[in-house]
Design a protein around this ligand. Structure first.
Ligand SMILES: [Zn+2]
Ligand SMILES: [Zn+2]
Ligand SMILES: [Zn+2]
Length: 301
């Protein structure tokens, strides 16, 4: 999408801080605002493209042709035209943010092994445990965040995962200080803005609450599936352990913790938006979830 770039004027930053311009979609104060050459509105870096701010004059902005490439089907003689996937569905900066958050959580959740001297005598085992932890977080954390994103998109909202630097640092610092006992599990968040109109259109509380709830619900589902497999194997007398590391119990613990932590009704955490929408829904999900998490930590850790 680099070919779009020349379409947008970059203004010099205003000297006076009081006249910072605001994005017409999300209201973010922009030090370097982008003015759309088709509608004249000011936007932030995320909403600068006509398709990202429901530009009323989008028809004037001639969309570049989607790149098309030929692909030879395996073993076949037929050539098919295949449209390249739309890059804008998952911009590179979002993949980078998700990857950084993923590794931050991987290190944080592996911290307790790094505090055990026995693990350092077998560095390859420690590395394998770290990779397994990354794998588990890959499903639990990415599942959680992508559930937010895709649900928001289904409601017609613009949604993108962004790194929350303070949260990522807190995740690492808390895990070091607590020797891996406490994980601050919010290194980023999916940011949502309604596409349906300009300033003033705030998504309603119910929509926001549902978008927030699906993340923890994914973790509850993944923990439940892991628990079913775990107890099934236990009943069959089969144990899955790699150097004493049990991926299934870790999947139960990590998923429950990600869900339980994010249901705390505080600041940008999911629990806050669910509570604002409906206290009963929050309580029905959170109280059993916190109980299950406490029980799992006592029994499985
Ligand atoms: Zn914006
Ligand atoms: Zn525009
Ligand atoms: Zn969440």
């Amino acid at each position: 999408m680099a070919s779009w770039r020349h379409d947008f004027k970059r203004l010099t930053p205003p000297k006076n801080k009081a006249i910072l311009e605001r994005c017409a979609v999300c209201g973010a104060e922009e030090f370097i605002p982008y003015v759309c050459r088709y509608c004249g509105h000011v936007h932030c870096v995320y909403h600068r493209l006509p398709e990202n701010h429901e530009c009323p004059n989008i028809s004037q902005a001639r969309a570049p042709r989607q790149p098309v490439h030929l692909e030879r089907r395996q073993g076949g003689t037929t050539l098919r035209l295949i449209r390249s996937p739309r890059i804008s569905l998952m911009p590179g900066r979002e993949i980078l943010a998700l990857s950084i958050a993923w590794v931050v959580l991987g290190v944080s959740f592996s911290m307790r092994y790094m505090y055990q001297p026995s693990w350092w005598s077998q560095p390859i085992a420690l590395f394998e445990v770290f990779l397994l932890t990354l794998l588990i977080i890959g499903t639990s954390f990415l599942g959680h965040e992508l559930a937010h994103k895709f649900t928001a998109q289904r409601y017609g909202a613009w949604a993108e995962f962004k790194l929350w630097t303070v949260g990522a640092i807190m995740s690492l610092v808390f895990s070091v200080v607590s020797q891996g006992a406490f994980i601050f599990a919010a290194p980023g968040a999916v940011y949502i803005a309604s596409r349906s109109s300009y300033i003033g259109d705030v998504m309603d509380r119910k929509t926001n609450g549902i978008i927030s709830l699906v993340g923890p619900v994914i973790n509850v589902a993944a923990a439940t599936i892991s628990a079913v497999i775990y107890f099934g194997l236990l009943a069959a007398g089969v144990g899955v352990k790699i150097y004493g590391f049990d991926p299934l119990t870790q999947s139960i613990l990590i998923n429950l913790w990600l869900g339980a932590f994010n249901m705390i009704p505080f600041f940008i955490l999911d629990g806050q938006k669910v509570l604002t929408w409906n206290r009963a829904v929050w309580a029905v999900v959170t109280i059993p979830l916190w109980t299950a998490t406490a029980v799992a930590i006592v029994l499985l850790r």
